[in-house]
Write a protein that binds this ligand. Structure first.
Ligand SMILES: [Zn+2]
Length: 167
């Protein structure tokens, strides 16, 4: 059982005998005396999805965490479908936030959530809220820091922090 608050299920990752994944999207290596949680890293080019490096036969593969959760607890991706984050947060890989869906559905959801789209960055209202909270204690350089951390243009960060209505 997963040590998170929900104490969710953990299962072996198919095809990778040394790894387990939990329903809340955490990945564990069984190569050590005790299961060890792996660090997930954000994919910078594709929408801040989280990914994890798995090893097999001395080869390393990078796997998207949302796909691993769905493949493990739901089943293989049906033809023509893709992963869908219900709350539009690509870093929230709890099973309850995921399903297989069509590309059309994904586009619809993004439009519904998108506050602003500029270049490759989509800023959702939810993210705007997070940025405002983080900026409660302003300091020099905070705009640059937040822009880098969340991979969004600096002018977008400043607009949000200036408190302009965001919809
Ligand atoms: Zn858990």
């Amino acid at each position: 059982m997963c040590p998170c608050q929900a104490k969710c299920l953990m299962r072996m990752i198919k095809g990778y005998p040394w790894y387990q994944i939990s329903e809340c999207g955490r990945v564990w290596s069984l190569r050590y005396r005790n299961p060890r949680e792996l660090k997930l890293s954000p994919n910078r080019n594709r929408g801040r999805y989280l990914q994890v490096a798995l090893h097999r036969d001395r080869k390393q593969s990078t796997k998207k965490v949302h796909r691993l959760v769905l493949e493990t607890f739901v089943g293989p991706c049906p033809k023509g479908m893709e992963a869908y984050h219900l709350n539009d947060n690509p870093a929230d890989n709890r099973l309850t936030n995921l399903k297989w869906a069509t590309h059309q559905e994904n586009i619809k959801r993004r439009k519904r959530y998108a506050g602003e789209v500029s270049g490759r960055a989509t800023v959702t209202n939810e993210l705007a809220e997070i940025l405002r909270k983080r900026a409660k204690n302003r300091y020099r350089g905070i705009v640059t820091d937040l822009g880098k951390e969340f991979q969004i243009p600096l002018w977008t960060v400043s607009r949000i922090l200036l408190g302009q209505t965001y919809q």
